[in-house]
Design a binder for this molecule. Structure first.
Ligand SMILES: Cc1ncc(C[n+]2csc(CCOP(=O)(O)OP(=O)(O)O)c2C)c(N)n1
Ligand SMILES: [Mg+2]
Length: 348
């Protein structure tokens, strides 16, 4: 991982014994047993859900696009652990993990993927277009970078209403090169909007590596022209994400305006379901999996500290697999939307 370059917002107190550090030297949150177990379970739910979605896609149950989040689970789970009720989340099309992290039901997400009636968009949105006002999840967007401007609008509404909520807008390393991102940065900085911009730097935009596509690959510095601070975070370590999230959310809630978190992360699977994978080596993927896997890191700590046995963790895995299997059964049994749905939820 690259060294942590940062325009820090505050310094943190260290405990008597040397504090643990993330692989890029950044701070990590000091998780207790319950937090480690929660992080483990939430990340595992996303991974197993995505594996099942991949299977259902292969079997022809999912039409249209489908982008899996496997490898990046620590980002949304660490963020969600720091958020408060009312904070909004908005992201792009690699969105199933974000939805599950906000507490949206696996059944409703899977039913949407398979185009069924009980899906969050009544089967009409599919993988890239789901929303839950109740869980403050605003999509699900297929236009690269568009959610950054929409997320800035959510932050504007928060500021206008004075409700103390923060908008969290996720986007990729590829999206970070889109013009509207910088128009949004300008307004957010000018009006001190409460928004955390999260660049999920998974090193590739489809088949294009950041090295081939970007002049400034330290995305945490992308707001410097607008005076927006940024932190580079080990996005494979859920504790590092939580520590950065606490800092960023506090920054926004105290009225200091926007902040950027660059999450150094990695996607294990292809860009979408058809990907020739010629742009990287199998060894590169394998190295990330074996040395930085976000779930294995938590598992190793739980075992090492004696906070969970292999059997305890197997029981969690079984529980999670049951939830995912149930969602897949539910989705396949659920009817397709009625033809009359063609005329609902549209602007005429
Ligand atoms: C405005 C626009 N341009 C191009 C595309 C085609 N496209 C879809 S995904 C993608 C790559 C985006 O990569 P990144 O932002 O790094 O996100 P990741 O897929 O890595 O999560 C592109 C170019 C699009 N959907 N919208
Ligand atoms: Mg990317």
């Amino acid at each position: 991982m690259a060294p942590r370059k940062t325009a820090t917002v505050s310094s943190r107190k260290t405990a008597a014994k040397p504090a643990a550090k993330a692989s890029n030297g950044g701070p990590v949150a000091d998780f207790d047993r319950d937090e480690e177990l929660k992080a483990y379970r939430e990340m595992l739910l996303i991974r197993r859900f995505e594996e099942k979605a991949g299977q259902l896609y292969g079997m022809g149950f999912i039409g249209g696009f489908c982008h899996l989040y496997i490898g990046q689970e620590a980002v949304v789970v660490g963020m969600q652990m720091a958020q408060k009720e009312g904070d909004q989340v908005i992201t792009a099309y690699r969105d199933h993990g974000h939805m599950l992290a906000t507490g949206m039901e696996a059944r409703g997400v899977m039913a949407e993927l398979t185009g069924r009636r009980s899906g969050y968009s009544h089967g009409k949105g599919g993988s890239m277009h789901m929303f839950s006002k109740e869980k403050h999840f605003y999509g699900g967007h297929g236009i690269v970078g568009a959610q950054v401007s929409l997320g800035t609008g959510l932050a504007f509404a928060n500021r206008y209403r004075g409700n103390g909520n923060v908008s969290i807008a996720y986007f990729g390393d590829g999206a970070a090169n889109q013009g509207q991102v910088y128009e949004s940065f300008n307004m957010a900085a000018l009006w001190k909007l409460p928004i955390v911009y999260i660049v999920e730097n998974n090193r590739y935009a489809m088949g294009t590596s950041t090295a081939r596509a970007t002049a400034q690959s330290n995305y945490s510095l992308r707001g410097s022209g607008f005076g927006i601070p940024g932190i580079q975070v080990d996005g494979m370590d859920v504790r590092a994400v939580k520590a950065a999230a606490d800092e960023a959310l506090e920054h926004c809630r105290s009225g200091k305006g926007p902040i950027i978190l660059e999450m150094l992360t990695y996607r294990y699977r292809g860009h979408s379901m058809s990907d020739p994978a010629k742009y990287r080596s199998k060894d590169e993927v394998q190295k990330m999996r074996s040395e930085h896997d976000p779930i294995e890191q938590v598992k190793a700590r739980l075992i090492e500290k004696g906070w969970a046995s292999e059997d305890d963790l197997k029981a969690i895995d079984k529980d999670v697999r049951d939830i995912v299997a149930d969602s897949a059964d539910f989705a396949q049994a659920d009817p397709e939307p009625d033809v009359s749905e063609l005329y609902t939820d549209i602007l005429l």
